[in-house]
Write a protein that binds this ligand. Structure first.
Ligand SMILES: NC(=O)c1ccc[n+]([C@@H]2O[C@H](COP(=O)([O-])OP(=O)(O)OC[C@H]3O[C@@H](n4cnc5c(N)ncnc54)[C@H](O)[C@@H]3O)[C@@H](O)[C@H]2O)c1
Length: 344
């Protein structure tokens, strides 16, 4: 590594959002950010098929080679402090010029009900290891993936604003994200680190996690199978297209006006579950067969982001509404389904 190298560490870098972010960093999509060295840390766990993560890595390796940027991959668990130490030793000089984007986590509300201990250890202990090592190595810049789930069950308080009460999470997953934000704030207060916590609102697009509704429903509708629909279809979500999220994450990486901010990244538009299914039916070209089930504990009736803060501080401008994003996702799914079914 040469003096002045700017390195970026992306945890969870071969996951859905992480692989898009790494691709954007390698391509230099935000001209304000120069990435001379990319460091990816991921344990390739089997929350969903790890071959999807291997496929993301393959694409990233090819991009890194074509643009001539060194890519260092570490297959480690963020809970394993001893394994993280030498990585920080090695890359700290570059990371001091660049920074860390911490996306690795156990994601998803429903699975956090069956494995709360795993969610706690990964999302809280893991986040602690990373921010504490960053502090010890004098790495200032840290961007954290939080979640809209921190807003809990508050349909009368939409659109959700960053300054409203988030002390009543209704799932272990949501609790871990608010704990993460609070822990990071304490590090900013004590050590003047420069941290942005981004509350993502349901992210979708090419490469979306197969456990999430849009991907799962697309597969089941395409195969003529029934789709499980929880509730009467009136629950509403603020679905955010992946390119818009990446635009916001890159702007947060660049942001340096204040030491600590929490910001929503959403589309600031809501779509009911029934409307979502109609969009999917149209894009897939088939009717959905619905298996109606009761609402699930931990689910919230609505998520809806106020994005004024990100607009003002990050110049965040989401541009892909669901009416355009769903056909794009389904086009990706169709193009990849043969490859997917061949590998899975
Ligand atoms: N996708 C969404 O809609 C959404 C919404 C809100 C917040 N988020 C947050 O954004 C981040 C990325 O989400 P995603 O949808 O890309 O999920 P993902 O599961 O595709 O990506 C997470 C990555 O982290 C890795 N990882 C998990 N535990 C790890 C550990 N102990 N050590 C090392 N690596 C580990 C996984 O292998 C995976 O590649 C997560 O923090 C998630 O909580 C996502």
């Amino acid at each position: 590594m040469t003096a002045g190298t700017r390195s970026y560490l992306v945890t969870g870098g071969v996951g859905f959002i992480g692989s898009h972010l790494c691709q954007a960093l390698l391509e230099g999509r935000d001209e304000r950010i120069t990435c001379n060295e990319l460091v990816i840390l991921d344990d390739f766990n089997d929350f969903y098929d790890p071959r999807i993560k291997e496929a993301h890595l393959k694409v990233l390796t090819e991009t890194a080679r074509s643009v001539g940027t060194p890519l260092h991959l570490y297959r480690v668990d963020i809970r394993d402090r001893a394994a993280l130490e030498p990585i920080f030793e090695r890359h700290a000089p570059g990371l001091r010029q660049g920074g860390i984007v911490h996306l690795a986590a156990r994601a998803g509300v429903r699975p956090s009900l069956s494995e709360p201990a795993l969610y706690l250890s990964t999302n809280v202990d893991g986040t602690f290891n990373l921010v504490d090592l960053a502090r010890r190595h004098d790495i200032q810049k840290f961007v954290f993936a939080s979640s809209s789930s921190v807003y809990g069950d508050n349909p009368d308080q939409v659109p959700f604003r960053e300054d409203q009460d988030v002390n009543h999470p209704i799932s272990p997953y949501a609790a871990t994200k608010i704990m993460g934000e609070n822990l990071l704030y304490s590090y900013v207060h004590l050590y003047q680190m420069q941290i942005v916590a981004l509350r993502f609102f349901t992210v979708y697009g090419p490469g979306q996690r197969p456990d999430l509704a849009i991907h799962k429903f697309t597969r089941l509708i395409s195969e003529g199978k029934t789709i499980p629909v929880f509730g009467d279809g009136s629950t509403r979500r603020d679905y955010t297209y992946i390119d818009d999220i990446i635009q916001g994450v890159l702007a947060a990486v660049h942001y340096d006006k204040t030491l600590f901010e929490v910001m929503n990244l959403g589309e600031s538009q809501t779509t009911s579950l029934s409307e979502l299914i109609s969009h999917l039916e149209e894009a897939v070209g088939k009717k959905a067969i619905i298996d109606r089930q009761p609402l699930q504990p931990g689910d919230v009736p609505i998520t809806y982001a106020c994005i004024d803060k990100a607009r003002n501080l990050l110049n965040y401008r989401p541009v892909v509404p669901v009416s355009q994003g769903i056909p794009r996702f389904v086009a990706w799914y169709k193009a990849h389904q043969n490859a997917l079914s061949a590998t899975l």
